[in-house]
Write a protein that binds this ligand. Structure first.
Ligand SMILES: NC(=O)c1ccc[n+]([C@@H]2O[C@H](COP(=O)([O-])OP(=O)(O)OC[C@H]3O[C@@H](n4cnc5c(N)ncnc54)[C@H](OP(=O)(O)O)[C@@H]3O)[C@@H](O)[C@H]2O)c1
Length: 330
């Protein structure tokens, strides 16, 4: 039996990603080794850090040209010599850009085949945990706080805003396009949304945050970060989750001109990595699952299809084409 795979074939540091940064290969599957299981990959998850993974910027395991592109996925065990996995089990883990993954039980997590199956790549996976620990530990939201979220309609941002709402905050989202902004207000009950592609961010921030911004959860960086820094309140917490506006830049911009406002407002600005909280994932998981099941937390998936469309699907994140957690069904 053959296994189709996508290999890394480019180094996108300092430039936009291209589909040609990957090349397809088809190889014969080797007989299954002792204590191993074969998983048919069904759904892959995508997130912007996959570009950073290829650039070897130091926070994830190093990659090389010719490696099968790494990614989290969900699949079904189709053959097993591992007593910890049986045929028909659904598993999640680092299954990578390929049709079949060879794994051991310790490399994957067996998950129930229920209505939240694919949520385990989004709000019940690294995405939800990033929102949870970034907001609750670093943003420290208090009832009545004004929380501003950038990348607000994205996988992480949309969970952050809702967790802020549950914590009693007034929530303002910043997102690209009217459709995304309408979803934030109409469906997720944000108190307001700013379409940064079509509205004047500075003007709208002033209108929507008259008392200043107590917590800013930033997924974007660049000009958006700078404009929000100008409006932070006394004692504000600026949480640096990511900086997607920089990920494809050739020359990195100088730091935000308004950073001195951190001094005037006695504010803090801190970055974090979700992996720092691994020992606390199971409790966070239980809380996120309860909120999802009760409907207090909603999520949206953007599901592309087809093995051949895997590279193009990753590129969608950098142009904002994705609306919700970017997934692909093989
Ligand atoms: N610290 C951590 O541990 C950790 C873990 C996971 C993810 N992250 C970070 O979290 C952020 C969100 O990741 P995600 O997986 O949830 O992706 P996502 O938000 O679902 O998708 C990326 C979104 O970024 C926005 N975007 C793209 N280019 C932009 C630009 N130049 N300016 C402004 N917005 C832009 C687009 O939304 P619009 O249509 O609204 O522009 C796009 O939909 C990323 O920065 C990622 O690196 C951090």
């Amino acid at each position: 039996m053959m296994n189709r795979q996508w290999l890394i074939d480019g180094q996108p540091r300092g430039r936009a990603m291209r589909e040609s940064d990957f090349k397809e290969q088809s190889i014969e599957l080797a007989p299954l080794g002792a204590d191993c299981a074969r998983v048919k990959v069904e759904v892959l998850g995508f997130d912007p850090s996959m570009k950073g993974q290829m650039e070897n910027i130091g926070y994830a395991a190093a990659t090389s040209q010719g490696d099968v592109m790494g990614a989290n996925g969900i699949g079904e065990v189709v053959e097993s010599n591992d007593p910890g996995l049986k045929v028909g089990d659904k598993v999640t883990g680092r299954l990578c850009w390929q049709e079949y993954a060879t794994v051991r039980a310790r490399d994957v997590q067996t998950v129930p085949n229920d209505d939240l199956l694919t949520a385990r790549l989004g709000p019940l996976g690294g995405t939800g945990l990033t929102a949870y620990f970034g907001l609750l530990r670093h943003g420290r939201p208090q009832p009545g706080d004004t929380l501003v979220v950038s990348g607000a309609a994205g996988a992480t941002g949309s969970i952050v805003g809702q967790l802020g709402r549950l914590a009693g905050c007034r929530v303002i989202g910043i997102a690209g396009g009217e459709k995304k902004c309408r979803w934030l207000v109409d469906e997720l009950q944000y108190n307001g949304a700013i379409d940064y592609k079509n509205e004047l961010l500075k003007v709208r921030l002033k209108e929507l945050c008259p008392g200043g911004v107590d917590v800013f959860f930033d997924n974007v960086g660049g000009a958006i970060l700078n404009d929000v820094l100008a409006r932070i309140a006394l004692g504000a917490r600026v949480v640096v989750c990511g900086g997607i506006s920089r990920y494809e830049a050739e020359d990195l911009p100088a730091g935000p001109a308004n950073y001195m406002n951190l001094v005037f407002q006695r504010a803090t600005m801190a970055g974090f990595l979700v992996t720092d909280y691994a020992s606390e994932f199971s409790r966070a998981h239980r809380r996120l699952e309860a909120w999802l099941r009760s409907g207090e937390l909603q999520y949206r998936e953007d599901v592309q299809e087809g093995f051949e469309n895997i590279p193009a699907t990753l590129l969608r994140l950098f142009s904002g084409k994705n609306f919700g957690k970017q997934l692909l069904r093989l």
